[in-house]
Design a protein around this ligand. Sequence first.
Ligand code: TRP
Length: 334
Amino acid sequence: MPEQIILTGDRPTGPLHLGHYVGSLANRVNLQEKYKQYILIADIQALTDNVDNPQKVHDNVLQVALDYLAVGIDPKKSTICIQSMIPEIAELTIYYLNLVTVNRLRRNPTIKTEIKQKGFGEHLTAGFLMYPVHQAADITVFRGSLVPVGEDQLPMIEQTNEIVRAFNRIYKTNVLVEAKGLVSKMSRLPGIDGKAKMSKSLGNAIFISDDADTVTKKVMQMYTDPDHIRVEDPGKIEGNTVFEYLDVFDPDKVELEKMKVHYQQGGLGDVKVKRHLSQVLNTFLEPIRQRRAELEKDPGYVMDVLIKGSHCAREAAQMTMQGVRKAMKLDYPK
Ligand code: TRP
């Protein structure tokens, strides 16, 4: 059995939120104990829909790195790297583009949804349409075999594996390895408005970097049971965002069960439950916030982690590229 390598990443377009924590960060903190793990801050991918805002992407590279370190991703165990510092990824992308049809990219469900959401219309760029190919290069250049992702990213892995199979078949090699998606067992966290997905662009996110007052304010706005009007009314738990969050974050499940019974019977008001949730979240976030504040005082250290990680990642990428160039008969003497 070859060594399993984990490859994950995020676009640095904003600070990370609790949805990221539940969907992937918590998972990565655990996985780093058992596997070789690369975490890629995908700045070039972020530019595909932020063409005219390089400053935003640049600034968020540091913000995302701060979030990683604050939640417990340990640079001694995981390799955190910046996509643009590994030019081999861009090189590999160009080679892959010959193996993918434009029609196949247009049919990629993740891309299809995004193109619609962002309303590109006639202005859809080649760069955006082909970012799944770029992502396939992210994964394969490190010989990533396990990719922990949200369900919405599974089509990306399918597309990656199609490229891997085509490459290995056409160039008669096994230099590339197929990847498997690892969908987090933890539930997906809805936004504070009760919508299925927490996201910065929907304005329904609680950020890891939010201070305690902001968290409380957001919890107080949270969607509950719209029919639960008076305290004495019986309330519904299903689809009640406050209880969905408590299910994930409240460590005292016995008390939580009692609260649920009380709420369903009537006599327990939303404000009380929300105060409890706000306390639970702030207790959870406080140590993370403190670590983040400490690290924020030393951006030089954080940058150093990223640069060292990128150099180390680049060496791994260069190894793969030797095999790739050889298979493609592009390995001229130096
Ligand atoms: N597309 C991912 C997102 O939008 C980020 C990403 C870039 C990624 N490269 C990756 C995820 C490689 C997993 C593996 O969140």
